[in-house]
Write a protein that binds this ligand. Structure first.
Ligand code: DGT
Ligand code: CA
Ligand code: CA
Ligand code: ZN
Length: 573
């Protein structure tokens, strides 16, 4: 993405945040957030555009176009500067705490002068929130928990940011003379949901020039350590990258070693020792003579240990070694297995692309079916009506004629109310091909209520998929509290799929819960929840999460041919 688009989107997002802190108009705030996403997703660099060009960005009207023009001319947005002068930066940082909304963040600043997360921690420790209106013991406890949650993800990057950086590094290194192989390893190869640092491995007999070229890459801002075996740098995206260069004959052993996890590697080394071997990043050696046994490919290393090759997402020592020994490793679901997408949006609600654009992109992805699931009326901000929904259905019928190879399904994303009920009555719901239902409010209900709420949604004969079931937002909002085993049993019993949502800050269900659901017989929908054409690329992150949950193609309803899917959607048990 163009640097200017990234910066402008961030300014619009800051504007939305600052306005919500000062109690600005909710519709305007949504409009800025929406425009931020559109600017990010816009294919051209906005920096050269004048007013007419800026107006062509989806969702950008006259007022926002003027702000973007201001940005193009001055490098900032005047209104953002004005608001910054009123509200210290730390107050905006406070709103990053899950469980603390903008109004309450402002209250803390206004009444107690708190303007950073550290100051808030201190104030809680000293019980200075006591007596503050709206901050009872339970809400202070939630705050404390929210601060912990923020700390857990603070030093880790979302998987999309890390992936893009890793792809850039691998492309640059691969293009250098003398590089025989290059790929990323570590947690990114294992598809973890957040990434501590990016690890890249290259094979070459002449490491020195490769390290020099690495240090000279345009996004490198600081050299943390440098040698011919390993060089570590910090990048403009804040993330650290470790590059290791090994001789081509050590490739397989090094790939295995630096993919990890550490817990998995401890197990493979133990297996080696018991077989009279020694495993290191240089190869698999005879323990006595020191002679090299194998090292060129990962596959050889595993085979010589008496194991089949183990897919990286499973390498966490959570049963994969035992399964490998019994030759019972699952055949993990892949992006190519997906025949359709069951959760997507258009600009009828909070998407930034039109129905026609989204469907064209789905066809280009080679999908066989594609569900359009715009938001239902209870999410008031989206201003959905029965008439709009029915008009969309008509447009889909027309559009379908142009796509003989893609079945367009008409669906909706319902809101699961606090009692488990959803937006429309059974008659209206029956008109949809597929209904996703999600929690979008009342996140802090107690465990029993949430459990009941999700089970009630599963029991609704028109609800097919529970969207982003925990409603977490990584580093921002805690998952809702539920007895998940009870929820999963209800999902399995009623023929309701659990979603694995592909947004990098959602990845929801998370892998550990999805694996529990799998054991209880639940089926999954691996969806993009795309709000733009660009979002469709996120699908690989949900697939990675599903792989970490040991999910196979047959467990996923949107790998099924349409007739089998239709039968599932009819919920006839
Ligand atoms: P991260 O960066 O926190 O997201 O997680 P990883 O798994 O990428 O961890 P990292 O970057 O520290 O190391 C990459 C891999 O290298 C790790 O998964 C296993 C291997 N490795 C690194 N240091 C050690 C070590 O001291 N012992 C062992 N057994 N393996 C190591
Ligand atoms: Ca790493
Ligand atoms: Ca590392
Ligand atoms: Zn949603």
């Amino acid at each position: 993405m163009a640097r200017a688009n990234e910066e402008a989107a961030e300014l619009l997002r800051e504007l939305a945040d600052l306005l919500s802190i000062t109690g600005g108009d909710a519709f305007k705030i949504r409009a800025y957030e929406k425009a931020a996403r559109a600017v990010e997703g816009f294919p051209d660099d906005i920096s050269g555009l004048g007013l007419p060009g800026l107006r062509k960005i989806p969702t950008v009207g006259e007022a926002i176009a003027k702000k973007l023009l201001d940005f193009n001319q001055t490098g900032t947005i005047r209104q953002v500067e004005d608001l910054r002068a009123q509200i210290p930066a730390g107050v905006r940082a406070l709103t990053e705490i899950p469980t603390l909304g903008p109004k309450r963040a402002y209250q803390l600043y206004d009444e107690l002068g708190i303007s950073s997360v550290a100051e808030l921690s201190e104030a809680i420790g000293e019980e200075r929130l006591k007596g503050l209106k709206g901050f009872g013991p339970k809400s202070v406890e939630n705050l404390r928990h929210g601060i912990e949650l923020l700390a857990q993800t603070r030093d880790r990057a979302p998987v999309d940011v890390a992936s893009e950086l890793a792809d850039d590094v691998v492309a640059a290194i691969s293009a250098l003379p003398g590089v025989e192989r290059c790929q990323y390893t570590g947690s990114l190869r294992r598809r973890r949901e957040t990434i501590g640092d990016v690890d890249v491995l290259a094979a070459s007999d002449d490491p020195h020039p490769i390290m020099e070229a690495f240090k000279a890459l345009p996004f490198v801002t600081e050299i943390i350590g440098s040698g011919d075996k390993k060089t570590s740098v910090r990048t403009s995206r804040g993330l650290q990258v470790d590059l290791r260069v090994v001789p081509p004959e050590s490739w397989g052993a090094a790939l295995q070693y630096f993919t990890g996890s550490q817990a998995h590697n401890i197990r493979t080394r133990e297996i080696a020792v018991r077989a009279g071997l020694k495993l290191s990043e240089y190869g698999l050696f005879d323990a006595e003579s020191g002679a090299l046994v194998v090292s060129e490919t990962e596959d050889e290393v595993y085979r010589r240990l008496g194991l089949p090759w183990i897919p990286p997402p499973l390498r966490e020592d959570t049963g994969e070694i035992e399964a490998a020994q019994k030759d019972e490793l699952p055949r993990l679901v892949q992006v190519e297995d997906l025949r359709g997408d069951l959760h997507t949006h258009t600009d009828l609600t909070d998407g930034v692309a039109s129905l026609e654009e989204m469907v064209a992109a789905a066809a280009a992805r080679g999908l066989e079916y594609y569900a359009v699931t715009d938001h239902a009326p209870d999410l008031v901000m989206q201003r959905m009506t029965d008439e709009k929904m029915l008009a969309q259905r008509e447009r889909i019928r027309e559009l379908q004629k142009e796509y003989p190879d893609l079945t367009i399904l008409h669906g909706t994303e319902l809101n699961i109310g606090p009692d488990g009920s959803v937006d429309w009555d059974a008659d209206f719901l029956a008109g949809f091909d597929v209904c996703v239902a999600s929690v979008h409010s009342h996140f802090t209900q107690g465990r029993e209520e949430v459990t009941r709420r999700l089970i009630t949604a599963c029991e609704n004969p028109h609800v097919n998929v529970i969207g982003h079931p925990t409603a977490r937002s990584l580093g921002r909002r805690a998952p809702v509290d539920a007895d998940w085993d009870e929820v999963f049993r209800a999902a399995a019993r009623t023929g309701t799929a659990m979603e694995v949502n592909s947004f990098p800050d959602r990845l929801d269900l998370p892998a550990d819960l999805a694996r529990r659901a799998l054991r209880l017989g639940v089926r999954f929908a691996i969806d993009t929840d795309a709000h733009s054409v660009g979002n469709m690329r996120n699908i690989r992150f949900a697939v990675g999460t599903a792989q970490r949950a040991w999910i196979t193609p047959d467990d996923v309803i949107n790998t099924w041919p349409l007739p089998r899917l239709r039968e599932f959607l009819a919920k006839k048990g």
